[in-house]
Ligand binder design. Sequence first.
Ligand SMILES: [Fe+2]
Ligand SMILES: [Fe+2]
Length: 162
Amino acid sequence: MISKTMQEAINEQINKELYSSYLYLSMASSFENDNLPGFAKWMHVQADEERGHGMKLYHHLVDRGGRVILMAIAAPATDWNSNLEAFKVVQAHEAAVTASINALYELALKEKDYPAQVLLQWFITEQVEEEKNAAEIVQQLELIDAHGTAVLMLDKQLGKRG
Ligand SMILES: [Fe+2]
Ligand SMILES: [Fe+2]
């Protein structure tokens, strides 16, 4: 059975993943408002993935006889000054989540919680991908700056995310 300390820490991480989902859903609605369906699609896929991350932790707790405690999800921002600013927020947010996953892994080491360590290794790999994706889009947006045509081309590209 999972320790109370690990259970509490995993419940906190579930809340962070669900907040991530909420944040990206808010960004999707903002892009929809700007008539950028590709950007919005990318955010919807991202939001669904984050819910999936939360559910991975949820099932881990249940499988190990732990108790899932859902906490209030903070309200995300609703507007960003530019597409670039929104993706810079994504990048910073993912870096913060990486730090949180790393801290959780440290705790799993300290607690000698081997199953949690295995699960968290998946999250550590996932965060590398998440940070890489965000950095790529930030760089592309920096290159195209305010050029409308290039923004529309990027919108098409982001819309292809499955
Ligand atoms: Fe996540
Ligand atoms: Fe993420």
